[in-house]
Ligand binder design. Structure first.
Ligand code: AP5
Ligand code: MG
Length: 191
């Protein structure tokens, strides 16, 4: 099963993908995590991406395509994956389709996690005080939300047009949101 999770910064993509990874035994592929690891390890990619991420902007599409192509080509992704943070604009959505067509692995489900803006701002403010992620400052969060509205929100329509989109409410307890996603994926309670 090949799943794309969509949603604003702070909507819970990473949280839900980590839970689904265990339950579905599929790798959780987060471009944010891949980039933060590259930054931490000071690789060429990390050095290039850090300033862009700290401004809350998007890393260039060609760089991201190379990264995702490499990751999805690894053996653990052969039976499916849960994508979190990619695609993030229409050009990335088109590139992903072309890549997955080549691999013979089209997207099965795109799930949009809906959370109100006030709620995501509150969640990220809490995380900023607890974890200190470098792009979680108030100013950068505003920028990330603007970039999301302008560039990423149209990706929801892209999947809707292809009949692949479901929407779930991302508010309430983490487990409630997980059950809604499991409902969309038609997973039985026990599995
Ligand atoms: P990325 O790491 O993808 O960040 P993001 O999309 O801005 O989102 P977050 O990770 O902040 O939120 P999330 O939806 O994963 O929510 P989470 O589960 O953490 O990207 C970072 C940067 O990398 C980008 O700005 C860009 O620069 C670059 N980048 C990444 N991908 C790119 C791409 N494809 N192209 C170009 N550039 C790219 O939850 C948030 C918080 O809320 C957590 O503390 C969590 O514990 C809490 N929480 C979760 N669920 C609930 C709940 N139900 N109730 C209460 N709290 C909850
Ligand atoms: Mg995340």
């Amino acid at each position: 099963m090949r799943i794309v999770l969509l949603g604003a910064p702070g909507s819970g993509k990473g949280t839900q993908a980590a839970l689904l990874q265990e339950q579905l035994d599929l790798p959780h592929v987060s471009t944010g995590v891949l980039l933060r690891t590259a930054v931490k390890n000071q690789t060429g990619l990390g050095l290039k991406a850090k300033a862009i991420m700290d401004r809350g902007e998007l890393v260039p599409d060609d760089v991201m395509l190379k990264l995702i192509e490499e990751r999805l080509g690894q053996p653990d992704a052969a039976n499916g994956f849960i994508l979190d943070g990619y695609p993030r604009n229409l050009s990335q959505a088109e590139s992903l389709d072309a890549l997955l067509e080549r691999l013979g692995q089209p997207v099965d489900e795109a799930i949009q996690i809906d959370v109100k803006a006030e709620q995501v701002v509150a969640r990220i403010a809490k995380r900023a005080s607890e974890e200190g992620r470098s792009d979680d400052s108030e100013e950068v969060v505003c920028k990330r939300l603007r970039v999301y509205e302008e560039q990423t929100a149209p990706v929801v329509g892209y999947y809707a047009e292809r009949g692949l989109l479901s929407r779930v409410l991302g508010e309430g307890a983490i487990d409630e949101v997980l059950q809604r996603i499991r409902g969309v994926l038609q997973m039985s309670k026990g599995s």
